[in-house]
Design a protein around this ligand. Structure first.
Ligand SMILES: [Zn+2]
Length: 269
């Protein structure tokens, strides 16, 4: 049975008034995998910093899109038409009908880059947050609460998908995992690193975080961690561009570790 997914719901007013992109990470953290029962040092290190499970999110999203896909608005000749007023789509991606403003069902064949009209590449410099808010101004469930149940459902699904797209593309690590997936390469997010130098470094950073007594000390550690993230993000970008996917995977693993440490710092500060 296709179980209805728990849709992320953010009030429209909150979306329109907040400008800090970080709010997404605090209010919408993705599901986390369960802790390992193993007691090896590497496993305990990885379980201390549970990874965000984007794979599970992706699967949920795909399953959830199935229902909408079955009532897709595409006609036999591939022309998109509004389910409500029957007008042909005048723009792509067709999330909302410009003629009657009806929210359209999710089109699962669109990737996250297409939703924002962005080029499908890792290094993005566009105003994603602005585009995200613009979509929410058109598809948010609050806007259709007086409409039919069908359209309310479309809006809930469309809005959740736009949120998933923004959340995935706005952060370097999840974006890296996503572009790899578009290339057909699945990233094992639970794989642990065996390189002693890196493990030692991560443990030292963790100790420093635990011992940090004020926000100044924490900020200093955080900026070092962010520098590391930037370095490995750049390294990922280069490897990915050259289609050196093994190297790209290695960079992702390192980013995963620094990302977890960064989360610990955010929690403590
Ligand atoms: Zn229409």
């Amino acid at each position: 049975m296709l179980k209805k997914r728990n849709l992320v719901r953010i009030p429209l007013s909150a979306l329109l008034h907040r400008s800090n992109p970080d709010f997404i990470s605090s209010s919408l953290s993705p599901p986390q995998f369960s802790l390992s029962s193993s007691t090896s040092p590497q496993d305990s290190l990885s379980s201390t910093f549970p990874a965000n499970n984007y794979t599970s999110l992706f699967l949920q999203n795909t399953l959830f899109s199935l229902k909408s896909f079955l009532c897709s608005q595409a006609t036999n000749n591939g022309v998109l038409r509004c389910w409500s007023c029957d007008k042909v789509a005048d723009s792509t991606p067709f999330l909302v009908c410009e003629a009657c403003k009806s929210v359209q069902p999710v089109d699962s064949s669109l990737d996250y880059f297409q939703i924002f009209g962005s080029e499908r590449k890792y290094e993005i410099e566009e105003n994603l947050e602005g585009k995200y808010k613009n979509w929410q101004k058109k598809v948010h469930p609050d806007l259709v609460h007086t409409k039919s149940e069908k359209e309310r459902e479309f809006a809930a699904e469309q809005s959740a998908r736009v949120t998933d797209a923004y959340r995935t593309l706005s952060k370097p690590l999840s974006r890296a995992i996503y572009v790899m997936r578009l290339e057909g390469i699945n990233v094992d997010e639970e794989k642990t690193i065996t390189e002693p130098e890196l493990l030692m470094e991560i443990m030292e950073i963790r100790e420093a975080v635990e011992e940090a007594s004020d926000s100044q000390a924490l900020n200093q550690i955080q900026s070092q961690v962010q520098e590391k993230m930037k370095y490995w993000s750049k390294s990922f970008a280069n490897a990915f561009k050259d289609r050196k996917f093994e190297e790209a995977l290695d960079s992702i693993q390192r980013m995963t570790y620094y990302d977890r440490v960064n989360e610990e710092i955010v929690k403590k500060s």
